[in-house]
Design a protein around this ligand. Structure first.
Ligand code: XUL
Ligand code: MN
Length: 347
């Protein structure tokens, strides 16, 4: 009998936040960054998603030796807490040098900054013994079409992916597509774009994707189909499960909170493909409501994880014979009703 997957969960320290949004500042006291790690295991999480400066704050001002020493400290802390670093992502959207993009900036010195920062990010990942480098290409895009030569921008992105693969032969590049925000139109908006870059690279087996549910929805796509596409190419390195209510700003709502059936289908696709059996994490990227009281606020993480596990049970208890019969007889009306009743606990 097929061994059931024991899922492992991850989130990033930015998922515990103080409620600031573009229209107002923090509404909860700041919970110290270093204290967040002790929250993981009690909440049922063992993987930590990192931005590079979550590991080494102020890294732009530090020497290579200082970066190495701070990263080693974090590595020991993670080990002591029983935590695994899942990935490190270069934060290429905060510094003034990345105002108009990083790898695709029109300005050579800004592109040089982006590459220096990326090398430091890889050094940090190496010091943590972590092979995943996530590229969320935040500002690689435009506010107006004419601002950049898009063809050149895509070539620059491919050059960067190749340069990362050459800089460290052990790392993998995990591209997290998102179609918009903060730019109007982002380059690499879907997993199809990411996987095309993977195949065009020097080392296709080391370039994969990370699919965030909300990002797929913002592109007008079904997250479960995006995941299935990556899985069909054996290129799903990680996921950021969450939800999104329509085409608006990136909401990072709790997994399943808007569309339970779409969430069920994501879990079904992951479960059917055996995702997680090789140690891949179920990553969450969820934001607490600004209205939520508490210190720190973590219920959104606990609830999204619990919802995922409830849906795993729903997938496992699905009567596959009924599904097959409905497919065989092409009776999708019956299949849909069966599914909806199953989700409501009526069958
Ligand atoms: C942005 C987003 C990021 C990445 C990591 O929308 O999802 O948090 O997941 O940089
Ligand atoms: Mn994300």
């Amino acid at each position: 009998m097929n061994q059931l997957t024991q899922y492992r969960f991850s989130f990033g320290p930015w998922n515990i936040s103080e409620g600031a949004d573009p229209f107002g500042g923090e509404v909860r006291p700041v919970f110290p960054h270093e204290d967040k790690f002790a929250l993981y295991r009690p909440l049922g999480f063992e993987g930590v998603q990192f931005h590079d400066d979550d590991v080494v704050p102020g890294m732009d001002e530090l020497s290579a030796a200082q970066i190495e020493s701070k990263a080693s400290e974090v590595r020991k802390m993670l080990h002591n807490q029983g935590l695994t670093p899942e990935f490190v992502a270069p934060r290429l959207w905060f510094a003034k040098q990345t105002t108009d993009g990083a790898y695709t900036s029109n300005c050579a010195s800004e592109r040089a900054y982006a590459w220096e920062r990326t090398k430091k990010c890889i050094d940090i990942a190496r010091a943590l013994d972590c092979k995943g480098i996530v590229l969320w290409l935040a500002r690689e895009g435009t506010y107006i079409r004419e601002a950049k030569d898009a063809r050149l921008a895509y070539q620059r992105l491919l050059e960067t992916v190749n340069a990362i693969l050459d800089y460290d032969k052990n790392v993998e590049v995990w591209i997290e597509p998102k179609p918009n925000e903060p730019t109007d139109q982002a380059y690499v908006p879907t997993i199809g774009h990411a996987i095309a870059l993977a195949y065009a690279s020097h080392a296709p087996t080391r370039v994969k994707g990370l699919i965030e549910s909300a990002h797929a929805l913002l592109a007008g796509l079904d997250p479960s189909d995006e995941m299935a596409f990556a899985l069909a190419h054996d290129k799903l390195a990680s996921v950021h499960l969450n939800d999104q209510n329509g085409l608006k700003y990136d909401q990072d709502k709790n997994f399943g909170a808007v569309n339970l059936r779409a969430a069920f289908n994501q879990v079904r696709v992951l479960e059917e493909a055996g995702y997680g059996k090789r140690g891949e994490f179920i990553g969450l990227d969820v934001k607490a409501f600004r209205t939520q009281r508490g210190y720190p606020v973590t219920d959104h993480l606990r609830n999204s994880r619990a919802l995922f596990l409830m849906l795993v049970e729903k997938v496992r208890s699905l009567d596959q014979t009924i599904v097959e019969q409905c497919r065989e007889s092409r009776d999708y009306e019956a299949l849909e009703l069966y599914l909806l009743k199953h989700l409501m606990g009526l069958q």
